[in-house]
Design a protein around this ligand. Structure first.
Ligand code: S3P
Length: 449
């Protein structure tokens, strides 16, 4: 198991970097390119080499999809919905929640039997949230029992579907793009329209991409219960999506680590080029600004239906803030990092409405509280969030990642701000989303061994 030794203290970080492609968009680009017309080759530009995206690619290749790499793109040969073939071996989704949940939705309506599994962390993550709507649509979804009653866990058994799925109206208790995307992918295979509501708008890459690729999809503004929805009508769907190429912007969730380091470490100035700026993902930027962060967006442009821009972060004095409601959803993957920023900000930071953090790659409320305490930060753990006392003296710490890439990276960023040498343990998982993490920070001047 590898570890990182991080030298903290006042050394400024400076420079310009370009980061690998957005993980969420990468999964969707692979899946949706595979659903293009049989024989058609779709180049995907900017796909990350992170392990999570590779898991989706590997699963698709077990389902009969072929790939060809060129110098600047991965070319996916479409098979269309009906071209997916049964895999004799289970589809191993590794650590990737997005792979298992999106593939489940896709496979739910196919006349083939699928078995989907993952590593020990993924096998501890709840799957009833997708099983319930998919079963309502008539799909067969079975899972393993686990630590909670009425919950199921991977390995999952999906299908074979013996007749078309039925369109449903579904209200999800959680704002989750993985659940929404699973339902929308199943909805493409249904005999009528499907409507999906969620309590806040989760990331909407699936809606943007499916709509750009020819699917009849309508966004519904707030319904009387205060939920946001999307309606998909498969009547005109031929069984194949339509695209000539797909472009994946730089991953804001990876850029956030680098930008936060720039904001926290005195005299730093960092530019990250070509980052995705989808408004359902930019909560981290709004929160850093509310904390007094000096962030500039330049060269904003559109790329394959997603806003993209360059981001410049400079060090500034930071203060505590409150994160709740829609902002929590828009920054869901960045909350461990924002907790690290809160540790150096003056005053208290409160994170609320974030109970979903308990079922991510680790229990991120508890694993974030532990890494903060390792540096001497005073923090209170709550059922749905954290209360962090910022601005106290930090000391070097030993961080356990709990198998979670974002905890390992957030711990590394706080270690850069804490005097002395810190140790981040169990860091192999960083490769699931951002294999170039340590190299990127070193290029900006950080001392990480
Ligand atoms: C993702 C959705 C979010 C996010 C995850 C990626 C996606 O999860 O936390 O890292 O690509 O759809 P939920 O759908 O569970 O909120």
């Amino acid at each position: 198991m590898s570890e990182l030794k991080v030298r903290g203290g006042a050394r400024a970080l400076a420079g310009e970097v370009t980061l690998p492609g957005d993980k969420s968009i990468g999964h969707r680009a692979l899946l949706f390119a595979a659903l293009c017309a049989p024989g058609r080759e779709i180049p995907i530009f900017g796909l990350s080499a992170g392990e999570d995206n590779l898991r989706t690619r590997q699963a698709l290749s077990q389902l009969g999809v072929t790939f060809r790499a060129s110098a600047d793109a991965l070319h996916v040969r479409g098979v269309g919905l009906s071209g997916l073939r049964e895999s004799a071996a289970p589809l191993d989704c590794g650590n990737s929640g997005t792979s298992i949940r999106l593939l489940s939705g896709l496979l739910a309506g196919r006349p083939i039997r699928s078995r989907l599994t993952g590593d020990e962390y993924l096998r501890a993550r709840p799957m009833m949230r997708i099983a319930e709507p998919l079963r309502k649509m008539g799909a067969r979804v079975e899972g393993a029992d686990g630590k909670k009653e009425h919950e199921i866990y991977p390995p999952l058994e999906i299908g074979p579907a013996t007749r078309p799925l039925v369109g449903i109206e579904y209200r999800s208790k959680v704002a989750s793009a993985q659940v929404k995307s699973a339902v929308l992918l199943a909805a493409l295979q249904a005999d009528g329209p499907t409507t999906f509501f969620e309590p806040e708008l989760s990331r909407d890459h699936t809606e943007r991409m499916l709509s750009a690729m020819g699917v009849d999809l309508e966004r519904l503004s707030l319904d009387p219960s205060g939920q946001v929805g999307v309606r998909i009508d498969p009547a005109n769907f031929s069984g194949a999506l339509d695209a000539t190429e797909l472009r994946v912007p730089g991953d804001l969730s990876s850029a956030a680590f680098v930008l936060a380091a720039g904001a926290m470490i005195p005299e730093s100035a960092i530019t990250v080029r070509g980052v995705g700026l989808n408004p359902t993902r930019t909560g981290v930027l709004d929160i850093l600004r509310a904390m007094g962060g000096d962030l500039v967006v330049a060269g904003q442009r559109d790329q394959s239906g997603e806003p993209v821009g360059d981001l410049i972060a400079r060090a500034s004095r930071l203060r505590g803030t409150t994160i709740f409601g829609a902002l929590t959803i828009r920054a869901i993957d960045e909350l461990p990092l924002l907790a690290a920023v809160a540790a150096v900000a003056q005053g208290t930071t409160e994170i609320r409405d974030a109970a979903e953090l308990r079922v991510k790659e680790s229990d991120r409320i508890s694993s974030t509280a532990s890494f903060l305490r390792a540096f001497g930060v005073s923090v209170e753990e709550r059922p749905d969030g954290l209360l962090i006392e910022g601005g106290g003296l930090l000391h070097a710490g030993v961080v356990e990642s709990h198998g979670d890439h974002r905890i390992a990276m957030a711990g590394t960023i706080l270690a850069l701000a804490a005097p002395g040498e810190s140790l981040i343990r169990d860091t192999d998982n960083i490769a699931t989303s951002f294999p170039e993490f340590a190299k990127t920070l070193r290029a900006l001047g950080a001392t990480i061994a």
